[in-house]
Design a protein around this ligand. Structure first.
Ligand code: 9UX
Length: 72
């Protein structure tokens, strides 16, 4: 089923950082929509829980060079 999650991100310095993270998350299987907001320092992701998991989304953020923080 589809789930929406909001993940806080640290380390973004400009809006292009956000665009770069969006591209990396979009590549994951089962991701339906992703929006990374530079101003609020958050990624909002809609994904199919049968195809990916939050840990993989966080890994994509880390591999892009940013920190995925704990979901509040
Ligand atoms: Mo902007 Mo982010 O020039 O790594 S893309 S700082």
């Amino acid at each position: 089923s589809l789930r929406e999650v909001t993940i806080p991100i640290a380390g973004m310095t400009c809006a292009s950082c956000a665009a770069s993270i969006e591209r990396s998350i979009k590549k994951l299987q089962g991701v339906q929509n992703v929006s990374v907001n530079f101003a609020t320092e958050r990624a909002t992701v809609v994904y199919d829980t049968n195809q990916t998991r939050i840990s993989e989304i966080k890994q994509a953020i880390k591999k892009s060079g940013y920190q995925a923080l704990e979901i509040e």
